[in-house]
Unconditional design. Structure first.
Length: 133
């Protein structure tokens, strides 16, 4: 139990926050995800949800901090690595972006990363990296 919530309840609350994100209700999503980070600070997906909100708001530095927090909790969180790459490219940190793109490329080669949506996002970020100015 996390402050009185079961893992199943935390998961359901997260799904509500994720649906709010999908529907573009960032204020509601932020309230839900922010609450989750307080009651379940080891729930990496909630930190990544908060990072998404910051990306949508154009606050990439805060998004980087939140994404790093998600990776502290789960060092193999592929979605968080992809978020980091996107934020690094946006803020002009091409060296860090390249490092994570390399790690993700190795995951693809080894078969760890095979989700079509994540592969598509990876390829988009790789193209951004390759065509940087």
């Amino acid at each position: 139990l996390k402050r009185g919530y079961s893992d199943e309840e935390i998961s359901h609350i997260y799904e509500l926050g994720r649906l709010s994100l999908e529907n573009g209700d960032l204020r509601r999503a932020e309230a839900i995800m922010g609450g989750l980070t307080e009651v379940a600070p080891d729930f990496a997906s909630a930190w990544l949800g908060m990072a998404y909100i910051q990306i949508q708001s154009g606050d990439y530095e805060t998004a980087l901090q939140l994404t790093r927090q998600a990776l502290k909790i789960d060092a193999n969180f592929i979605e968080a690595m992809l978020y980091l790459v996107a934020c690094f490219l946006t803020t002009g940190d091409f060296s860090s972006a390249g490092t994570y793109l390399g790690e993700l490329g190795e995951m693809i080669e080894s078969g760890v990363l095979d989700n079509p949506n994540m592969l598509r996002f990876y390829r988009t970020q790789l193209a951004r990296y390759q065509t940087r100015t």
